[in-house]
Design a protein around this ligand. Structure first.
Ligand SMILES: NC(=O)c1ccc[n+]([C@@H]2O[C@H](COP(=O)([O-])OP(=O)(O)OC[C@H]3O[C@@H](n4cnc5c(N)ncnc54)[C@H](OP(=O)(O)O)[C@@H]3O)[C@@H](O)[C@H]2O)c1
Length: 352
């Protein structure tokens, strides 16, 4: 069967260069199923997938048709439109890692009531968390699903970060890009505990970040010297070298941990010498695998689910979900988020 489908590709070396392609809708062979991409979110996290696409193999999930092109992975909901895989039927809805495209061909393995994993050979070596497709909750309404589209992977990261930070010997946790969803989810989980939670953000985002109420203090990036000399853990979501250097210079031996989480500022300046501890990379899939081994899958889901149920009502008031539709809108939203400088309250969801 050949029918009109589409895919949005970007130049790997310049993700502002986009191409919207007409493609055939795949036909499932034995053991395969076709998902129609229904609803996806776009945040700085997806920009990071493009920025680190070569280093962390994000381009490998959804191979592109064009030379030097890539399909940026997105999180969202999809519906099975055709299946020749056991345990997977047309009409089933799933949440997972999706291409910026009308359809995705998968090879379901371990299919059951809770979903399946894609066993396609080109995904076998990639982190397991990106290959699993969870059955959608039939009781969830569109508003709840929009929040999941935007926050599920980010809040899972926040949950894992807060868990790791709880084991640190620090009196203060400082987060950069404090206005980002990943950072403020972490602050929410740490707030009310026995560490002071400080957010660093752009001058224009100080008001928004303070309004959330989950940080004890919010400072603009140029006020790092206002931090007190106390044992401090730095959670770096911005990925800015000058900011890191200033924090190290100012806090010196009081900086007990420097955790590299994100690269929202897309700073490419060389790292240079540092006065404090060596930065450690935090990669949520690795930490999730470790905690799943410690607690078991059910224990992990129980803990992270309880955290989400606390966070969801709060965050619903912090984000303006901006819904658009059609593939052209996905391109516009991609370019807007890629450009940065947007309203931190915005949560971009594209229903297709
Ligand atoms: N390590 C992991 O396993 C892991 C897991 C999940 C997410 N992350 C990373 O966490 C980061 C945050 O992701 P998110 O989806 O939560 O972000 P988000 O909510 O979309 O963050 C938006 C904020 O990021 C900053 N920003 C975005 N684009 C920018 C630009 N072009 N120039 C300067 N600042 C910009 C601004 O914050 P400020 O003004 O406050 O700087 C902005 O308010 C991403 O780099 C993501 O990949 C890492």
């Amino acid at each position: 069967m050949t029918a009109p489908g589409w895919a949005l590709e970007v130049a790997r070396d310049d993700p502002t260069a986009t191409t919207l392609l007409d493609v055939d809708v795949p036909d499932p062979a034995d053991g395969e199923a076709v998902l129609r991409v229904e609803r996806v979110g776009v945040t700085a996290n997806n920009v990071t997938y493009a920025v680190l696409g070569d280093t962390l193999h994000y381009w490998d999930f959804f191979p592109a048709a064009g030379a030097g092109a890539g399909r940026v992975p997105l999180w969202g909901f999809a519906e099975v439109t055709a299946s020749r895989a056991d345990g997977v039927g047309a009409g089933q809805r799933l949440y997972g890692y999706l291409p910026p495209a009308s359809h995705l061909l998968v090879r379901p393995e371990r299919a059951g009531a809770s979903g399946f994993r894609d066993g396609s050979p080109h995904r076998a070596a990639l982190p397991a968390v990106y290959n699993s497709y969870a059955s959608a909750d039939p009781g969830a309404d569109a508003g709840q699903e929009d929040l999941q589209v935007l926050f599920r992977p980010l809040f899972l990261t926040s949950f894992l970060l807060a868990d790791q930070l709880a084991g640190q010997d620090a009196d203060v946790v400082v987060l950069s890009s404090a206005s980002s969803k990943t950072a403020y989810g972490t602050a929410f989980l740490l707030s009310g505990g026995d560490v002071e939670v400080v957010g660093l953000t752009s001058p224009g985002n100080v008001g928004f970040t303070r309004s959330l109420g989950c940080y004890d203090r919010v400072l603009p990036y140029d006020a790092v010297t206002e931090l007190a000399a106390e044992p401090t853990a730095y959670v770096d979501v911005a990925g800015s070298t000058p900011l890191r250097q200033e924090l190290h210079r100012h806090l010196g031996a009081d900086l007990v941990l420097d955790l590299v989480v994100g690269v929202t500022h897309r700073d490419t300046s060389p790292p240079g010498p540092l006065d404090g501890p060596r930065p450690t990379v935090f990669f949520a899939p690795d930490r999730m695998a470790a905690r799943t081994a410690d607690w078991g899958r059910a224990g992990f889901e129980e803990r992270s689910g309880a955290a989400w149920r606390r966070f969801a009502p709060a965050v619903a008031a912090w984000v303006d979900v901006r819904v658009s539709s059609v593939p052209q809108a996905l391109r516009d939203v991609w370019l807007e988020v890629l450009g940065g400088g947007g309203d931190p309250r915005a949560g971009h969801v594209v229903r297709l």
